[in-house]
Write a protein that binds this ligand. Sequence first.
Ligand code: PLP
Length: 409
Amino acid sequence: MKLVYFDNSATTRTDKEVLAAMVPYTVEHYGNPSSLHTPGRESKFGMDAAREQVAKLFKADPNEIIFTSGGTESDNLAIKGFTWANKAKGKHIVTTKIEHHAVMATCEHLAKNGYQVTYLPVDSEGLVSVSDFEKAIRPDTILASVMYANNEIGTIQPIRELGAIAKKKGVAFHVDAVQAAGHLPIDVKAENIDMLSLSAHKFYGPKGVGALYLRKGIRIEPLFHGGGHERGLRSSTENVCGIVGLGKAAEMASKGMADESSRLTKLRDRMITEVLKTIPHSHLNGHRTKRLPSNANFRFDFIEGESLIMQLDMYGFAASTGSACSTKSLQPSHVLLALGLRPEEAHGSLRISMGKDNTDEDVDYLLETLPKVVENLRAMSPYNENNPMKTDEAWCSKEDEHGHEHGGD
Ligand code: PLP
């Protein structure tokens, strides 16, 4: 059976060219980049080149890039690092209700340790209001953190407008661009972004490596203390081959971005139009146009996202759901709830996230399969009014069937 991988927001397949660029940095150029000898300098050259390639992706300066282990670390370094270094100026942070857990849990941790956090609401399509953002900034606000594009619903925030307000108010602006970097054009200077997080595995690079853009002049404290690598901001011997892979992935993304974005936008729009037309009681989550070219997030009344994912898997599709019937707490996705959906609505969602391997044929196959799968599940659903087996049990009441962890990507 053919695999149709529709889960590129969770992670992407490492590109073969990226892998080829990495391999010499495992078996040939294996020196420690801090060493003065030739093998050490070779590693250092590889890292220097990667720093330039990453910086170019969003028009930054190479010495404004700090390599990390991925998006989660970059978010933690930006938010904890900045608030620790600047606590004398104030202890208030502004963020949103739809951030990834890497930002959300970091803010919650700070809130337990003497900081105050405002979580801005979003509208029914997932957009933050620019005027709410401005109003939330107080004299003691030191940092605002807003994601570029949401990992579940794909909605793209008005980052340029928010950045202009943060600048006007003298508040540092961190952007979690893990889903956007390598897919959307970003200009950190023009958008007034002070710190930006990215992760290589979301744009065809390897897992376990990322970067934080830190604008010149912004002061942060490190999370790790040690040998003083990355200008003292991230001690530990660098993951050279991963960093080289990140650099190559960034270079490839810069080159192909415009064409790939318009190709995916066409696929996405065709998929959305057809699904909504052919499947009754289907809805789109997120904004119709201000969304990642790769992302379509649907919800189907009367069925649960997890059953849908499992049925689609039997046809060869790898997709995901925002329903966190998959978390231990059995809570529906905080993102879908923030859109104003009821918990039972939030449980019926399906996230399709496309990538460069996906084709028109993949979309055709989904359009042929999905209506059948939804119809079959509805026939069995206890939530379907027409089902004689209908019960009034709450959604996701069977904890032991769904008790595994899910990090939320
Ligand atoms: N932020 C967002 C928006 C994400 O989608 C992810 C991905 O899971 C992360 C942060 C965390 O990135 P990583 O898996 O590289 O730690």
